[in-house]
Design a protein around this ligand. Structure first.
Ligand code: MLT
Length: 248
């Protein structure tokens, strides 16, 4: 592969601006496309329940529309759930996989209840409340204190998402199956990235991905939480660029 196409899939409740610090640097080595999932960002097409499988099919359709036959699919957190669903459903369209700050296991019963509560909160209390509550899970305390503008950028991105899409994705994530066994069948080069301080996806979840996917590599970005691409873009981009170069 001379110059790969890289599709970047945002997490929850984000949009394609999650990847603003990646577009320039990664474009040096790949054709980069940062997409919005249904209902997020500029899209107003959220169904009542947005499953990870529907999102994976949507990614494939976006590739079809642009005439992209194969791509490296990169997803962060919820975007990682979508990337794994893509690997399962559209393996022939996959030339590489990047799973950042994500996990393969399904939600436990209490997690499913929490998803329903988030869906209700989004509709009843609005996104500002949700965004404020989620910010400390996204970034380290040091980043929030020392880089208030960066923290505001992340909070604003979350606060501007449509409650209906956030509720739909929350209910959709609750339905996702365990994909750890399926990952043993992945046959494309795979990079797993996480932040050393990620409390939402602690290190063992990434180690489980690495153990499951044959030949995969794991990079832990020190001093970062759930969004290492935002907190330490140079380290994150470096890891991705090194990986993309190995594909050639
Ligand atoms: C995300 O960042 O996409 C979420 O933390 C995923 C999740 O809630 O499981």
């Amino acid at each position: 592969m001379a110059r790969p196409t890289l599709v970047l899939i945002h997490g929850f409740p984000h949009d394609h601006h999650l990847w603003d610090d990646q577009l320039g640097p990664l474009s040096e080595v790949a054709d980069v496309m940062a997409i919005d999932l249904p209902g997020f960002g500029s899209r107003a097409d959220a169904p009542a329940i947005l499953t990870m499988e529907a999102c994976a099919d949507d990614v494939k359709e976006q590739m079809d529309k642009r005439g992209i036959q194969q791509a490296v699919i990169a997803g962060l957190s919820m975007g990682g759930y979508v990337a794994m669903a893509f690997a399962e459903r559209h393996a022939a369209r996959l030339s590489g996989l990047i799973l950042s700050n994500t996990r393969a296991n399904a939600d436990p019963p209490e997690g499913i209840e929490a998803r329903k509560a988030t869906a209700r909160d989004a509709m009843e209390r609005g996104m500002s409340v949700i965004a404020r509550g989620m910010l400390p899970k996204m970034l380290t305390p040091a980043t929030i204190t020392q880089h208030p503008q960066l923290a505001m950028r992340v909070e604003t991105m979350m606060a501007r998402q449509q409650p209906v899409a956030v509720a739909a994705a929350s209910l959709g994530m609750a339905q996702r199956p365990d994909r750890l066994t399926m990952l043993r069948n992945v046959r494309v080069p795979t990079l797993i990235i996480t932040g050393s301080e990620d409390k939402l996806m602690p290190l063992p979840t990434s180690q489980a991905l690495q153990e499951a996917i044959p030949g995969s590599a794991l990079v832990v970005i020190p001093g970062t939480a759930h969004l290492p691409n935002v907190e330490a873009p140079a380290l994150f981009n470096g890891a991705v660029i090194d990986f993309l170069r190995t594909l050639g």
